[in-house]
Design a protein around this ligand. Structure first.
Ligand code: AMP
Length: 284
């Protein structure tokens, strides 16, 4: 028997679409709607509540939701975040909190050089404790949004802001000096950790792992199996099945998505034919 759970999911912003897609890919059926705050999952005793990404650490701590999906940066920034447990890293929403200074108007290029400077950020707690841990005295200026303009308007000497590619920094005439925190979307849970919480974490992790994996099917002459198996050892060892055609086998295995590009010509050179590369949906 499993008990019901309430899951807090981002209702807008960058993490909304990928979070909904992840829950669907994990096999949960629910209606994606912009209107309802709360939506039941049709094929499991789960309820989704759609709320602001930055409210999620607090809602889970307070027990309004049992688990939630949010950015690791928001968890680290939340006063209550420390009481929550990260159950799974979800491999989207990748970004970093970068410290940056005006590109042509600052000689800061290492952490110690920030000493005495004013730093604008929407992550004051993370920024404050990062510099305090390094014994560097800075003045943190809290900004709710548009942190990148803070140096232009003269309220700060540097900023600490979320970046993924760094192009926004460049457009705003800023130069990154270093990384304060690495972030991605995470599944977090509060105190109530039952079997259903573990099952959800495992189902989401199964999708995350599967997305990094491809299922590979190919035919090959029997005498080349060992050569091919060395290239694609799979999870345990490849499955090798005889074909109707004598002397030929089918080989089934899994490979890391990132290796596929490199592997295909090597498999062909090793005698692989009729190669299929297929998606994997979940991998436990
Ligand atoms: P939102 O402000 O609702 O779009 O969500 C912001 C969250 O998305 C942040 O707290 C991060 O966890 C994540 N994120 C991923 N990439 C970026 C980025 N380039 N800029 C800001 N937030 C990002």
């Amino acid at each position: 028997m499993t008990e019901g759970l309430r899951i807090a999911v981002p209702n807008k912003g960058r993490l909304k679409e990928p979070s909904t897609a992840l829950l669907h890919d994990a096999g949960l059926s629910f209606e994606s709607t912009d209107r309802a705050l709360s939506v039941p999952v049709q094929n499991a005793d789960l309820e989704l509540i759609f709320v602001r990404t930055d409210d999620i650490p607090e809602l889970v701590t307070d027990g309004v939701a049992d688990v939630g999906i949010t950015g690791y940066d928001l968890l680290a920034e939340s006063e209550l975040g420390a009481s929550l447990k990260v159950l799974a890293e979800l491999d989207y929403g990748h970004c970093r909190l970068a410290a940056a200074v005006p590109a042509h108007n600052s000689d800061i290029s290492r952490w110690e050089a920030f000493s005495g400077s004013r730093i604008a950020t929407s992550h004051p707690r993370v920024t404050g404790s990062f510099f305090a841990d390094k014994d560097i005295d800075v003045k943190v200026v809290e900004f709710k949004g548009s942190v990148e303009v803070a140096t232009k308007i003269g309220v700060a000497d540097a900023i600490v802001d979320l970046v993924s590619t760094g192009s926004t920094l460049q457009i705003n005439g800023l130069r990154a000096v270093g990384t304060v925190l690495e972030s991605q979307a995470v599944l977090v849970a509060g105190e109530r950790q039952n079997g259903t919480v573990a099952r959800l974490a495992s189902a989401l992790s199964a999708v995350v792992t599967a997305r990094r994996t491809r299922y590979l099917v190919l035919n090959a002459p029997e005498e080349r199996v060992e050569e091919i198996a060395e290239l694609v050892p799979g999870l345990r060892s490849p499955t090798v099945m005889p074909l109707q055609e004598s002397g030929m086998v089918a080989i089934h295995t899994t490979v890391a998505t990132s290796k596929v590009w490199d592997l295909l010509p090597r498999l062909e050179a090793a005698g692989g034919q009729d190669i299929l590369v297929l998606p994997v949906h979940q991998m436990l």
